[in-house]
Design a protein. Sequence first.
Length: 112
Amino acid sequence: MYLQELGTGQLVEFAGLLVTLMIFFSIDAKYRFSRTGGTARILFHGASIVGGIATAVGLVVVWIEMFLPEEDRTIHLLMYFVPASVSVLAALVLAVEVIFLRRDQSERESDD
């Protein structure tokens, strides 16, 4: 399996993606942990926490990689793609909740 190394410009773009995800998870956490919920919300609480932590880990690794000299780059590509993939998957899980579950909840509240 061949893994391509990312250049400095690609690392900057990747860091931008991770910063965007970090903002998403911080907004989600502010909304999510300010109110109580049922047992179905445990999955989404966990996805929010795991996604935020994975994003932070990926961002730290990319940040370190960006400032290493070109000849001293020893961080493997998977060291920042695995946390980033976990954070993207967590964001997708939370997007499903936003699209389907919150809409269903608001419809139930309007019926009452």
